[in-house]
Design a protein around this ligand. Structure first.
Ligand SMILES: Nc1ncnc2c1ncn2[C@@H]1O[C@H](COP(=O)(O)OP(=O)(O)OP(=O)(O)O)[C@@H](O)[C@H]1O
Ligand SMILES: [Mg+2]
Length: 289
């Protein structure tokens, strides 16, 4: 499948753009959407999920206009919204059966599918308890399960790993990787390492605009040869930060170890291998030298 986003803008009010002139082509595989708070990740995801309409621009799935014909994507869509709400009095089975009914998913093997999904998100044991009694991470996992009910071909997960403990993060990654072969999967996150381990491609956005999209090595290339480490006195840090983009700092007694991005490294600095996090910080913070 191919999802084409062409020149899409979303204007919330007179001066507020959630997205401006956004264009992106997405094919099967996992796309990681990275951007700071307010970058427009959820706005983009809501528009793809046809929950929200663009102010201008077009979106097509395999050539079909999904703004004019939202059912074309809805029937193959799985969506986990960022603010996923649940019904506290239903248990996991009842909730998934309810969502299945709304999505028009039925048939003899529905119960089997629900069992498989609950197993996949590690909720089998809690399946008969009211969702209102679940922890934050468990609620998130029932949200992941509902997105997969209809065997979707386009999967949108808005901040899926929020609230998940390390073990559940790994389980989620495995689940998603298994689905990726013949699905478009779009994940948003603030946690670069979550995207890093599974995304085939990364799209970095800021202030409603796409800054870059590419494979991880392509994105990392933007900072290759510009990442350094140095140790300076604790009282020199503020001044150093006015000249270089510091991506990490660790205090060691009266000294501070800094990882920074610069075209003009200070004397005695050690070059480092660039990471996706370095590239992300470089591309989303503007005052790099
Ligand atoms: N319903 C709305 N009305 C007005 N402005 C909105 C609305 N929804 C979002 N915005 C604005 O649009 C911009 C993009 O918001 P969006 O929620 O898409 O960002 P995000 O990248 O998902 O952020 P976060 O990481 O915090 O989830 C923000 O400036 C936000 O304030
Ligand atoms: Mg968001």
């Amino acid at each position: 499948m191919v999802l084409d986003i062409n020149n899409v803008s979303k204007k919330y009010n007179k001066e507020k753009f959630g997205l401006s002139n956004y264009s992106l082509s997405i094919s099967n595989g996992i796309l990681g959407l990275l951007g700071p708070n307010g970058a427009g990740k959820s706005t983009l995801m809501k528009i793809i999920a046809t929950i929200s309409q663009p102010s201008s621009g077009t979106l097509t799935l395999d050539g079909q206009d999904i703004v004019k014909n939202p059912n074309y994507i809805r029937k193959v869509l799985g969506y986990l919204p960022q603010d996923f709400g649940v019904y506290p009095n239903l248990n996991a089975y009842e909730f998934l059966e309810y969502i299945a009914a709304m999505k028009g998913v039925g048939g003899a093997n529905l119960r089997q599918r629900i069992d498989m999904l609950l197993e996949g998100v590690n909720l089998t044991e809690a399946a008969k308890l009211p969702i209102g009694t679940y922890s934050g991470g468990m609620k998130q996992r029932i949200g992941i399960a509902q997105a997969l009910l209809n065997e979707p071909k386009v999967l949108i997960f808005d901040e899926p790993t929020v609230g998940l403990d390390p073990e559940e993060r790994v389980r989620f990654r495995n689940l998603v990787s298994e689905l990726a072969e013949n699905c478009i999967i779009i994940l948003s996150s603030h946690i670069v390492s979550d995207i890093e381990t599974i995304a085939d491609e990364v799209a970095i956005m800021k202030s409603g605009e796409l800054i870059t999209k590419g494979t991880q090595p392509e994105v990392i290339q933007t900072v290759a040869g510009k990442v350094f480490e140095t140790v300076i006195g604790g009282n020199e840090v503020s001044e150093f930060k006015t000249r270089h983009l510091v991506v990490n700092s660790i205090r060691q007694k009266d000294k501070t170890r800094l990882r920074y991005i610069s075209n003009n490294p200070t004397e005695g600095s050690t070059p480092c291998n660039a990471s996706l996090e370095d590239a992300y910080l470089f591309l989303t913070k503007s005052n790099a030298s």
